[in-house]
Design a protein around this ligand. Structure first.
Ligand code: PML
Length: 238
């Protein structure tokens, strides 16, 4: 069965607005491209002036991994959200506060910050762009999913991405704050903790946000290659 990777990214005046990733069968390509463009045009961050959709055949194997389990932190305000994140990162890096400061000072990044656990330095080559995680989907995409719209919700997309990221042994944790001004729930994820949803990660209406991966590696190139290129299906029967 031929599988295709479908990627969308949208921008306005050169600033990133949104992105989406699917892995689908050939007969789903048209529907998914149409759904992705509709979705790009109705994003909370505003109207894009450019939408790029790329379709590429996947040659070779697709990795299948389990989804992280989802739990909720129940944080009622920004300082409680910050505490949840710092409590999770503290055992993993002596620079947890710096990680939080960094993530709450960025916006409109296409990709994620790679944050060195031991030094607190950024490892990604392009700080404005970050490292974009691509080539992934929920395993249910291939055949079992009803054909209406893209069939994806924000949480499913985030869980798929977080599961792919956490699966690499160099990644100790991920923190995500949505850069959609209308969406204030984010998450912190690790392989052992799972996907912990954290409400009130930022004030309503704020454009800040992005993703930060706390990593421990001597081989950044291998990690970036996995994040950007290895096709991964998440969940379903392994
Ligand atoms: C985004 O806006 O793409 C980030 C989504 C984070 C989802 C957090 C959640 O509700 O679980």
């Amino acid at each position: 069965m031929a599988l295709f990777s479908v990627k969308m990214r949208s921008s306005a005046l050169g600033a990133h607005i949104s992105g989406a990733e699917r892995i689908v069968e050939e007969h789903e390509v048209g529907t998914v491209c149409a759904a992705m463009s509709r979705r790009a045009l109705s994003h909370g961050k505003g109207q894009p002036d450019s939408i790029t959709i790329t379709v590429a055949a996947i040659h070779g194997d697709v990795m299948r991994i389990p989804a992280l389990s989802i739990t909720e932190a129940g944080s009622r305000a920004l300082d409680e959200a910050r505490e949840v994140v710092l409590r999770t990162l503290d055992p993993l890096t002596p620079h947890a506060e710096r990680a939080w400061e960094l993530l709450t000072s960025v916006r409109d990044m296409r990709g994620a910050i790679l944050f060195d656990a031991s030094t607190g330095e950024r490892l990604e080559r392009d700080h404005a762009r970050g490292v974009r995680v691509t080539s992934m989907d929920a395993a249910t995409a291939t055949g079992e999913r009803p054909e209406q719209g893209s069939g994806k919700t924000r949480i499913t997309d985030a869980l798929v991405l977080a599961s792919k990221v956490a699966h690499h042994p160099a990644v100790l944790a991920e923190v995500c704050i949505s850069d959609d001004p209308d969406y204030t729930t984010g998450y912190v994820a690790t392989q052992s903790l799972g996907y912990l949803r954290v409400r009130n990660m930022k004030p309503a209406g704020s454009p800040i946000g992005g993703r930060l991966f706390v990593v421990d590696t001597n081989d950044t190139a291998d990690l970036v290659h996995y994040l950007e290129h290895t096709p991964v299906l998440v969940g379903g029967a392994q």
